[in-house]
Design a protein around this ligand. Structure first.
Ligand SMILES: [Ca+2]
Length: 247
């Protein structure tokens, strides 16, 4: 069993030889793309310039649908995630909306956790997670009420912003720093960190194999598909580590 595990690890290392390497990149449809998520084979991305949500083809960046945000419509559209049914969006002034993409209408909303700033969003299958770069906190939220169930502050440069969840780990990008950290949920010490290909990272997304990153630029903004390394294959708890090595 140990030789099998070693061989599997070597194959994984070969398959993901360069963590953080660009797999592909596409143009963002609007200026200052702030929120990003993967939903059923497409990317959804926001623009703080024209205040739109765009559904884009991940192979070309072509816009296949677009909807206007709920609320006043002039604030930053800072975070996006997909909960399997609805597009979930953090919108300034700070609320988190659940949006039916077929109609473009919000079906529900909850308060965002911070009064000062709320950025990236991700969905772990049960709960929402949100960041505040100002106090470098990652909040775990009850999706029904918005209540804060817990939080952690990553041991990393201040300014955590974008979030993605791969089934085990939370990927966290840093605002104005070209770094992305990988954490087990609620654990301040990172599993790994990567250099990112841009200096203005924003939200992250997980497509099932790779991480996607928005670049916050007024013109020429890119969306990057990145090699996540092997962390998405790692067990998320010590109990799972034990089960892997005793099977
Ligand atoms: Ca953001």
């Amino acid at each position: 069993m140990r030789s099998f595990i070693l061989a599997a690890c070597c194959l994984c290392a070969l398959a993901f030889a360069s963590p953080g390497e660009i797999i592909s990149q596409i143009p963002a449809p609007g200026g200052n793309p702030d929120g990003l998520t993967w939903a059923e084979g497409y990317l959804w991305i926001t623009s703080d310039t024209d205040h739109m949500f765009y559904k884009i083809d991940p192979s070309s960046g072509a816009v296949v649908d677009q909807i206007t945000p709920p609320g006043p419509g002039t604030g930053a559209l800072t975070g996006l995630t997909w909960n399997g049914t609805h597009l979930v969006a953090t919108v300034q002034p700070w609320k988190i909306y659940f949006i039916d993409t077929a109609t473009g209408l919000a079906v529900d909303s909850i308060p965002a956790p911070s009064s000062s700033n709320n950025e990236g969003l991700c969905w772990d299958g049960t709960n929402l997670w949100s960041t505040n770069p100002n106090n470098n906190a990652v909040y775990k939220l009850d999706p029904g009420t918005g209540s804060v169930l817990g939080f952690f502050q990553p041991y990393s440069p201040a300014g955590c912003t974008g979030l993605a969840f791969d089934g085990f780990n939370i990927y966290i990008s840093m605002q104005n720093t070209p770094l992305m950290y990988v954490h087990l949920p609620m654990v301040p010490q990172p599993v790994a960190y990567y250099l990112l290909p841009c200096e203005t990272p924003q939200d992250l997304a997980w497509d099932g194999t790779y991480v996607w990153l928005t670049e916050y630029e007024e013109t020429g903004a890119q969306v990057y598909q990145l090699d996540p390394g092997t962390q998405h294959l790692a067990p998320a708890t010590w109990a799972m580590v034990k089960s892997v090595f005793t099977e």
